[in-house]
Ligand binder design. Structure first.
Ligand code: NAX
Ligand code: K
Length: 517
């Protein structure tokens, strides 16, 4: 995956530091890399804004070094520039010192009063090297910038944002534009970070792509580049059975949920979809569904009937959860149905009630997972199913920045995948898809409109539909989440879950034109 989608790779600040070092070893000069970084930011500023009075805040590390380059470039183009420095010049890196010496304007010491005459702020205080909470004058300055409402261009990250987790380390600013270098970082895509970066630009500063080979990277931003080659396009000579047969369990009361799942599975191309429902609700399903077949599960023997249905090995992918039911006896039934599905060893998606039903004894669920499985919890379901993860050593023994912010969504999803043996899709505006082997993808195309009732049920349908067509769970989850986001963007305001499956053909056709013609 690394080779086919190198541009989608995400590097933590630490990995970025290693890439930077490897580039220098490969013959790039650190001075030139910094010059290119600063120039890229200055160019972006001059493209976006007309000539303004600029305050460049330069911090004690290489982020500050970039600040000197930016200040000098803007000055040379006739912009009024104030340079506000915080640090000790003689302990800065050689390249930062060299660029600081090249600065031809006046030096000032960082102070909130400098904001009085500023029209635009360049935030080059802290970047990848942030290692403890921001205090003192830098803290006061960032707070004053935030309160001033002035437009901010952040260098690499808004200072105070942890590039690894997307969490804020005490204080930060809301940037209108963030220019980062070489590759994005997870913190640019994970909330709240994503909301603080404004427009995010990635500048090529001359780091050779070959440095990535040494790094064993495991995190990507979701994009068809990652999985389009494995996408199961229907073959002209194909038969509907080649496109799989998905089985969706439907509960007794909330019948809409599993119908949305079934429709999602149909739309994404499953050859056949059967909705299996308890007899009490059977008539509702049978009346409402046309292309989807409905199977009856007789009273008091629902699990046995479900098991029998699955004896037919053409039923190659199963979804349990949407509308499955949690009240009283339904909870027991939902558990049995989920375990029956897992026992087949066939590709299974567990969502909603199928996750919550195991909140008291999640290990029973994890022990039953021994085939391809995708779990799609939202935050609430995740907390119920993985209560220990926030207290796990991998979260708490990391440096202080992470210790103070256990809400590292990427790490949590990875730990959950490892613990359960399933691909975990931790849903939200920044959905993370993590596999038990450590690979992870952060999704970034979901619009706010997708946060609506039934939207997750459709996603489950997209996943099970792709599984039925033979896609591997990690790829199927990534592709489904991306399609779901694209459909959401396509519909926009006024979106309801019912629209999602029916807008998919348009998105699929654009995707097909782009990648397969
Ligand atoms: N490929 C790369 O990695 C490149 C990186 N560049 C820049 O270099 C930056 C990284 O440079 P550094 O590693 O020097 O990191 P920073 O510039 O973020 O700052 C590190 C310095 O700040 C101090 N510090 C950390 N947290 C602090 C706190 N809370 N309060 C006070 N001081 C604190 C550290 O002790 C260290 O002296 C990137 O963000 C980017 O802007 C560019 O110059 C070009 C190439
Ligand atoms: K910064």
């Amino acid at each position: 995956m690394a080779q086919i989608a190198s541009t989608q790779l995400l590097l933590t600040p630490n990995e970025m530091g290693m890439a930077d070092k490897a580039a220098v070893v490969a013959g790039e000069s650190a001075f030139t890399l910094m010059a290119s970084a600063g120039k890229a930011v200055a160019d972006a500023i001059m493209t976006r804004w007309s000539k303004h009075s600029v305050l460049v805040m330069a911090g004690p590390g290489n982020n500050g070094g970039d600040g000197f380059v930016i200040a000098q470039a803007l000055l040379q183009h006739g912009w009024p520039v104030t340079l506000a420095f915080m640090g000790q010049i003689d302990v800065m890196s050689e390249e930062a010192q060299a660029h600081a010496k090249a600065w031809q304007g006046e030096w000032q010491t960082l102070s909130p009063t400098q904001l009085e005459n500023a029209e635009l702020v360049v935030d080059a205080l802290f970047g990848a090297g942030l290692s403890r909470p921001i205090e003192g004058v830098a803290h006061d300055m960032l707070e004053a910038v935030a309160q001033s409402g002035l437009p901010v261009c952040a260098v690499d990250v808004p200072s105070g944002l942890d590039g690894e987790t997307g969490q804020v380390f005490g204080v930060t600013v809301n940037a209108e534009l963030t220019v980062t270098f070489f590759r994005k970082k997870p913190g640019h895509l994970l909330f709240p970070g994503r909301g603080l970066c404004g427009e995010l630009m990635v500048a090529d500063i001359g780091i050779p792509v070959t440095v990535l080979d040494e790094l064993n990277l495991q995190t990507w931003e979701n994009n068809p580049e990652l999985w389009y080659q494995k996408y199961p396009w229907p073959r002209l000579d194909g038969h509907k059975f080649h496109r799989g047969h998905a089985v969706v369990y439907g509960g007794e009361t909330m019948t809409g949920a599993s119908r949305l799942t079934a429709r999602g599975a149909m739309r994404i191309g499953a050859g056949l979809v059967t909705l299996a429902a308890p007899i009490k609700a059977w008539a509702v399903y049978a009346t409402a569904l046309t292309g989807v077949m409905v199977a009856k599960l007789e009273q008091s023997q629902e699990t046995e009937d479900f098991e029998e249905l699955l004896l037919d090995s053409r039923h190659n992918a199963i979804a349990v959860g949407p509308g499955a039911g949690l009240a009283g006896f339904e909870r027991i039934r939902t558990r049995k149905i989920a375990l029956t599905a897992l026992l087949t060893g066939r590709a299974t998606v567990l969502d909603a009630d199928a996750l919550s039903a195991f909140s008291e004894d999640p290990q029973i669920l994890f022990d039953a997972i021994n085939g391809p499985c995708v779990m799609t919890p939202h935050e609430g379901e995740f907390m119920r199913l993985f209560p220990d993860i926030n207290n796990s050593p991998e979260i708490n023994n990391t440096p202080e920045i992470k210790k103070n912010h256990p809400d590292n969504k990427l790490t949590r999803a990875r730990l959950a995948a490892k613990q359960s043996g399933a691909v975990v899709v931790l849903k939200g505006a920044d959905t993370v898809i993590a596999a038990p082997d450590g690979l992870a993808i952060i999704n970034s195309n979901a619009p706010a409109e997708l946060a609506t009732g039934g939207s997750g049920d459709v996603l489950t349908g997209f996943i099970v539909g792709l599984l039925a067509q033979g896609m591997e769970p990690f790829d199927a989850a990534a592709a489904a989440v991306w399609m779901h986001g694209e459909v959401g963007n396509d519909i926009g305001a006024g979106l309801i879950a019912e629209d999602l499956p029916d807008h998919l053909p348009k998105v699929l056709s654009t995707f097909k034109t782009q990648y397969f013609s």
